[in-house]
Design a protein around this ligand. Structure first.
Ligand code: IPE
Length: 256
């Protein structure tokens, strides 16, 4: 089984509130089917989550009761997004069900912990693909917190032990600097924990769950002896399919 995160930058237009990239999601779903591999999907929130979450400081937990309406708004928006993603998966013949992370997990001071994983395991057991996503989740210490799709990926990897983990984003991989602002930025094909320490932190951090370096750290935590984690560009048709098939493509591979 392959565990795949469809990043919010790929499935939504991150600069326009609640804008779903339907055609791109449909193509990515087709690539998953074409690969012939079984997969499990987690998706990000993009413009269905980050904008309102940032405006109300939801990443800080409950500090002011005026945030509560935003908790409801973001939860509603990301559920709408998730049902659009699931609709595309079902249209491709994949039996997918959207599972909000708060239905199985809780947060404890920002850390995602398993509450009751039985529903999740039961779905997977009968061959239904649980689709998890970035969301607002209740936190034992902070009231609530932001559970990123990356955090959900880590818990799902521990539970389901995928053979490969793929993060689909809107960049080819990790660069020596931010490729959107620095023309000299070079793609780093392989990253280890030691290597990451040396990499410049000149990367944009404009969302509530922290840029590409934080993503790489999460990816490194998900590697094990036989498992690499790959960051690929899902805005280029065919890249996800190639990554699933193990073909050579521009990407960054996190390795122990
Ligand atoms: C963010 O999840 C969740 C919310 C803001 C509610 P992610 O961090 O996984 O989303 P993307 O992939 O960056 O959009």
């Amino acid at each position: 089984m392959m565990l795949i995160k469809l990043g919010g930058s790929v499935i939504t237009d991150k600069s326009r509130y609640r804008t779903f990239n339907k055609d791109r999601v449909a193509s990515l779903c087709k690539e998953i089917v074409q690969s012939g591999k079984s997969a499990m999907i987690v998706h990000g929130a993009g413009s269905f989550g980050h904008m309102v979450a940032k405006q109300y400081g939801l990443q800080n937990g409950l500090v002011d009761f005026r945030q509560v309406i935003a908790v409801a708004q973001v939860q509603n928006d990301v559920r709408d997004l998730s049902s659009m993603v699931v609709k595309e998966l079902i249209a491709c013949g994949i039996p997918a069900v959207s599972v909000p992370p708060g239905s199985c997990f809780v947060m404890d001071d920002g850390e995602l912990v398993i509450g009751d994983d039985e529903p999740l395991r039961a779905l997977a057991h009968i061959g239904v693909m649980p689709v998890m996503f970035g969301d607002v989740v209740m936190d034992r210490k902070k009231g609530f917190g932001i559970c990123s799709g990356d955090q959900a990926m880590e818990v799902m990897a521990r539970m389901f032990k995928p053979e490969k983990v793929i993060f689909v984003s809107d960049i080819d991989g990790l660069y020596t600097a931010d490729p959107k602002t620095n023309p000299d930025a070079e793609l780093i094909p392989e990253v280890t924990t030691e290597g990451l320490k040396r990499i410049s932190s000149e990367h944009t951090m404009d969302d509530v769950t922290g840029g590409v370096v934080a993503k790489m750290e999460a990816m490194l935590r998900m590697c094990d002896e036989g498992r690499d984690c790959i960051l690929v560009n899902g805005t280029v048709p065919g890249r996800l399919l190639s990554a699933m098939r193990g073909e050579e493509i521009p990407c960054t591979i996190a390795r122990l």
